[in-house]
Design a protein around this ligand. Structure first.
Ligand code: HEM
Length: 136
C-alpha cells in the first residue's frame, strides 16, 4: 500500500474512534445537540479519508506524486481545526469559536480541490494488462 494510503487509513481510524466516542456520548447523555459534529467527524474524518486512501491505493502512480502528500497534510490540518471546534461550539455552546470552524472548513474545502486536481491531472489510469504481478 502506498505511504499516503496508509496515512489516510491510520488517520481515518483515529477519526472513527473519536466520532463513535462522540456518538456514544450523545446516546448515553441523551443530549444529541452535537450530532452535526459527530456526523462530520465520521463522514469527513472516517468515510472520506478512507475513500481518499482507497483511491491512492488503486492509483500508485498518483500516490507517489508530491501533491498527494500535500492533499493529505492540508486535509488533516483542516479537519484538526474544524472538527474539535465544531464539537465545542455545539456541545459547549462556545459560539465565539465559529470563525475557527469556518477557517477549518475552508482549509478542508481547499484540500478537496487539491484532490480534484489529482483526479483530473496526469496519467493515472492503467489497464489490467499493464499491471505487473507486484501491483496486481
Ligand atoms: C457506535 C457508533 C455510533 C453511535 C453510538 C452513534 C450515535 C448517534 C446519535 C445518538 C445521533 C443523533 C441522532 C438524532 O438526534 O437524530 C447520531 C446521528 C448521526 N450519526 Fe451516528 N452514531 C454512531 C456511528 C456513526 C457512524 C459510523 C456514522 C457515519 C459513518 C454516523 C453518522 C451519523 C449521522 C450522519 C447522523 C445525523 C443523522 C441525522 O441527521 O439525524 N454515526 N449518531
Amino acid at each position: 500500500m502506498p505511504r499516503v494510503s496508509d496515512l489516510f487509513f491510520k488517520t481515518a481510524i483515529v477519526w472513527l474512534v473519536l466520532g463513535i466516542g462522540a456518538g456514544l456520548q450523545m446516546a448515553i447523555s441523551g443530549d444529541h445537540g452535537a450530532f452535526p459534529a459527530h456526523a462530520h467527524i465520521n463522514l469527513l474524518g472516517w468515510v472520506t479519508s478512507a475513500i481518499f486512501g482507497g483511491y491512492y491505493a488503486l492509483n500508485p502512480a498518483k500516490a507517489a506524486r508530491r501533491i498527494a502528500m500535500i492533499h493529505y497534510g492540508l486535509y488533516n490540518v483542516g479537519l484538526v481545526i474544524m472538527l474539535p471546534a465544531l464539537y465545542l461550539m455545539l456541545q459547549g455552546g462556545y459560539t465565539a469559536i465559529e470563525p475557527i470552524v469556518a477557517a477549518g472548513s475552508l482549509i478542508v474545502a481547499a484540500a478537496v480541490l487539491v484532490f480534484a486536481v489529482v483526479v483530473f491531472s496526469g496519467a493515472g489510469v492503467r489497464l489490467p494488462s499493464d499491471l505487473s504481478p507486484a501491483t496486481r
